[in-house]
Design a binder for this molecule. Structure first.
Ligand SMILES: *[C@@H]1O[C@H](CO)[C@@H](O)[C@H](O)[C@H]1NC(C)=O
Ligand SMILES: *[C@@H]1O[C@H](CO)[C@@H](O)[C@H](O)[C@H]1NC(C)=O
Ligand SMILES: *[C@@H]1O[C@H](CO)[C@@H](O)[C@H](O)[C@H]1NC(C)=O
Ligand SMILES: *[C@@H]1O[C@H](CO)[C@@H](O)[C@H](O)[C@H]1NC(C)=O
Length: 260
């Protein structure tokens, strides 16, 4: 089809559109993209969109500031559809029960209180690691380190799915222990709190940036000397994913290409 015919088609379309009975539109209903059909969604604390973040985690390099993080309750509600089915989808084990989900909620708050780690970040990290499945399987890294539980903690000793031993229901003390192992550490091994503390020495560190850097440390043990959080070993999208989760990303497709 030639250019002229395209133009002709476009003007025909325009003429048709203008001829449609606009006057009869219901003025009490918002038309088009300025309205929304998401009235059943209780959640309005962020956008379920993915933006790939590159660079050092700072506001200057385009990463979300803590002021743009959604509230804990909004993030909690927005991720219920993930948390309620992750065990079946990812680990082929029974879904989290209502009681286990309640224990998960209480344990995140408890560990946040004990460690002063932002509870929104704890939730984002749990989603990143295991989508909140209390029966997440213990994994073993290539160097033989075991990573059990909700946070796939470094040599932790709490799990409801260790070596094929699946616990259903998963006891409350195991749920609390899995989160504590990842955030407070396991005695000899450090967790998120230590990783965040270590950022206090970084010149000009921002609150959110400290958490994004801690995420890189938790995932790969080191931060690339350039400060670029997409560089180094393990999952390159990890810190970018965490940043997106904190502003409302749940299940829309990730557009991160760092691991491609
Ligand atoms: C954000 O997500 C909405 C729906 O989930 C989609 O329509 C829109 O195109 C997305 N925007 C961006 C910038 O990705
Ligand atoms: C991060 O990048 C910004 C902008 O390039 C720079 O001003 C800042 O010093 C860097 N911060 C860290 C901690 O690397
Ligand atoms: C897990 O929960 C989801 C959502 O409620 C449901 O669709 C799915 O069938 C459940 N799976 C099992 C094995 O119960
Ligand atoms: C788990 O590890 C911690 C720290 O190493 C230790 O104090 C605790 O007794 C262990 N718990 C179990 C059940 O092995």
């Amino acid at each position: 089809m030639g250019f002229l015919r395209l133009v002709y088609f476009a003007s025909l379309l325009a003429a048709f559109t203008h001829a449609s009975p606009l006057a009869k539109r219901d003025q009490t209903v918002v038309s088009g993209s300025l309205g929304t059909d998401g009235y059943w969604n209780d959640y309005d604390g962020g956008l379920n969109n993915y933006t790939q973040h590159d660079g050092n985690g700072s506001i200057a390099e385009g990463w979300p500031s803590v002021l743009t993080w959604a509230s804990f309750n909004d993030l909690w509600v927005a991720n219920q559809h993930i948390i309620s089915r992750s065990c079946s989808q990812l680990y082929n084990t029974p879904n989290n029960s209502d009681q286990e989900i309640q224990d998960l909620y209480n344990s995140i708050k408890q560990v946040a209180h004990d460690t002063r780690v932002d509870k929104r970040f704890i939730l984002a990290a749990i989603l990143q690691e295991t989508k909140g499945c209390v029966r997440a399987k213990t994994t073993t890294s290539s160097d033989g380190i075991t990573n059990p539980g909700l946070l796939q903690s470094f040599k932790g000793n709490h799990s409801c799915n260790d070596n094929g031993k699946v616990q259903n229901p998963c006891p409350q003390d195991q749920i609390l222990g899995m989160i504590s192992d990842g955030v407070a550490g396991t005695g000899t091994e450090q967790g998120y709190a230590t990783d965040i503390n270590a950022q206090a020495d970084v010149n000009g560190i921002e609150y959110a940036q400290a958490y994004y850097r801690a995420a890189r440390l938790y995932n790969s043990g080191t931060i690339d000397s350039s400060g670029d959080l997409g560089k180094g070993s393990a999952t390159h999208c990890y810190s970018s994913d965490i940043a997106n989760r904190l502003v409302g990303w749940t299940d829309s497709a990730s557009t991160c290409t760092l691991d491609d």
